[in-house]
Design a protein around this ligand. Sequence first.
Ligand SMILES: [Zn+2]
Length: 267
Amino acid sequence: MRLYDAHNHLQDERLLDRADALLREAADEGIAHMVVNGATETDWPDVAALYERHPDHIIPSYGLHPWYVQQRSDQWEQRLCAALDAHPAGVGEMGLDRWKSDLSWEGQEEVFIAQLRIAAERNLPASIHCLQAWGRLYEILEQEPRPACGFLLHSYGGSAEMVERFAPLGAYFSFPGAFAREKKERQREAFRRVPPDRLLIETDAPDQHPPPRLITHPLKDNEGQALNHPANLAAVYRYVADMLDEPVDQLAARVETNFKRLFAAFS
Ligand SMILES: [Zn+2]
């Protein structure tokens, strides 16, 4: 079985000094490819360096995450285009966030739309974060140009009904291990409605760790805080197979086909 992590942050400062070892451990678990998402201008070079060391395992993606919109430079768009020109890459993590209480809405839509347009122009897969802004996200995706190859709603936490509205626009939906937690039944219900050809699986490492019973690779930061290891992905596959009542090798083949379709430019 070959596994695919549709969304993580291996360049995160909590992982970066041991990223090569983590990647090796993930490969030992059968993880063939992972999409590593830059979130702010300052971490794009770290994503690029990881890709240059591991071009067969990493698909780089560059974007401005809504949490870092306020820190952008005047040249952020030129820098993003330069990163996308340097080697094959996706666009994101980008998105909209009304959940984080101290986060301003100012600039979020403008920066998201600019990135969406770049992804559409270049036909690159976009990796989208959305928390408590699903209605507005839908309006923007419906009105704006979208990448023909499709886009990823990572850790999709919108309603089950909205799955059916996003899918015709080209959406893929990725399930993180954290949705195996007991209180995430609403999110699981939405994933039961995801069209078979639009399902993906992710870790979002180092965040969103799965419940303890699914952690095969415990990991901590220097202060002893738990981190999500990208090799936990295999246990998430087993969980999703169980949830959808599908043999895990059949699920894995389906997710591989979906991943290769969305990220066709990189395989
Ligand atoms: Zn993320």
